[in-house]
Design a protein around this ligand. Structure first.
Ligand SMILES: Cc1ncc(COP(=O)(O)O)c(C=O)c1O
Length: 382
């Protein structure tokens, strides 16, 4: 089986796990947690990192830390993994769904149009004209490593007090190379950024997530909330409802070993991208999905797009890959069409509906061999 995106053991994972087992630090305390957080904060260039059990819990807690609460609304892209939207729902708030741009990311122009024309500003907050509910936050997602263009949206959100939570689950290593945020890592521009270390991500911790911020109060409160809100750990005093969301030392140990090798992974991902690009550009009716020119991409996952010249559709391709034991995936079902979210507001969604019909994610693991990539290409050609 050639997998879509599976992990590779890169360096000191076994050594570090052994250290955990021998020391007995195998649960939610231990030295690897702090080491992983420190290294991650240096790597992305943010002051504070608090690690938790996964990216979903990081998103859930981050929205809570931003003060998102019952009856608030949160602007989200329809095209993202459902965890982004669930995190809004876990905070008893409602999503407002936005369209995607050419890179499958939140369409910032349409979003700006929505904020300017469909909301009003009163007493320091933005309110939705339709529902009169507060629009408390926005969650841009850097899908497949593609950086969202922030320059104008950032200014408007600051003016309108709409807090930005970046879902950088898939974009560790992607950095801006142009604009106001030139040389910033994705996940470090908004008030908070979240990263996932699930097994399919650029690097993994087995399972894990990170809350990234430059705000000390937010970082302190994040640590408090993900560790059961212990006000007095000896006498078991908890003044708030906390969560058992702290990462384990074993997961942090894996994450640290992987992070030590992140530059190699990024290099390999670029090689894979270049291989596919060269091969796919010669196939009639197919293209490798383009990536933003204003950022250095992490090339986490590659997608192909089919034009009407290509002789097969996405379902036929999926089946053909499956028969050949090659894992591919269509783009996620759009979230404004999911059963539990179809009654929420959506704004002018057109591009996303078109894009998902003609796109397919292809194997992109950093351990892919040339012959495995050739098998992928052969199916596309034949
Ligand atoms: C865009 C996006 N957001 C959130 C998540 C949730 O991360 P996790 O699986 O670590 O909970 C993922 C990945 O799974 C993701 O791809």
């Amino acid at each position: 089986m050639i997998s879509l995106s599976s992990p590779k053991i890169l360096g000191k994972e076994k050594e570090y796990i052994d250290e955990c087992l021998q020391s007995g630090w195998i649960s939610t305390s231990g030295p690897f947690i702090e080491k992983f957080e420190n290294e991650l904060s240096k790597y992305v260039g943010a002051k504070y990192v608090v690690c938790c059990i996964n990216g979903t819990s990081a998103l859930q807690i981050s929205l809570k830390l931003m003060g998102v609460k019952k009856n608030d609304e949160v602007i989200v892209p329809t095209l993202t993994f459902i965890a982004t939207i669930n995190a809004v729902f876990y905070n008893n708030a409602s999503p407002i769904f936005m369209d995607c741009d050419e890179y499958y990311n939140l369409d910032t122009k349409k979003t700006i149009n929505f904020i300017k024309n469909e909301t009003y500003f009163e007493d320091g907050f933005s309110y939705n004209k339709k529902s009169n509910k507060r629009v408390a936050a926005i969650v841009p997602v850097h899908v497949w490593g593609n950086a969202v263009w922030f320059d104008e949206l950032y200014d408007l959100c600051s003016e309108r007090n709409i807090q930005i939570l970046e879902d950088a689950s898939e974009s560790l290593g992607t950095k801006y190379t142009k604009g106001k945020f030139n040389s910033f890592h994705t996940g470090t521009i908004g008030k908070i950024g979240c990263i996932s270390f699930n097994a399919n991500k650029l690097i993994t911790a087995g399972g894990g997530g990170a809350i990234v911020t430059n705000d000390k109060n937010i970082a302190d409160k994040a640590l408090y909330l993900v560790s059961q809100a212990k006000d007095d750990p000896i006498r078991y005093i908890h003044n708030e409802v906390g969560y058992n969301y702290r990462i384990t030392n074993i997961n942090a140990a894996i994450g640290l070993a992987q992070l030590e090798m992140v530059d190699e992974v990024l290099k390999r991902k670029e090689e894979i991208r270049n291989f596919y690009f060269n091969q796919i550009s010669s196939i009639n009716g197919l293209e490798l999905a383009s990536v933003p020119c204003y950022a250095k991409n992490n090339y986490w996952l590659n997608l192909i797009t089919l034009s009407h010249n290509y002789k097969h559709n996405i379902s036929e391709l999926l089946n053909k890959f499956d028969e050949n034991k090659i894992q591919t995936r269509p783009v996620w079902q759009l979230n404004h069409l999911q059963n539990q979210y179809k009654h929420y507001q959506k704004f002018n969604i057109m591009n996303a509906e078109k894009k998902i019909k003609s796109s397919l994610c292809i194997p992109s693991s950093s351990h892919l061999t040339i012959s495995q990539m050739e098998s992928v290409i052969n199916i596309l050609k034949n």
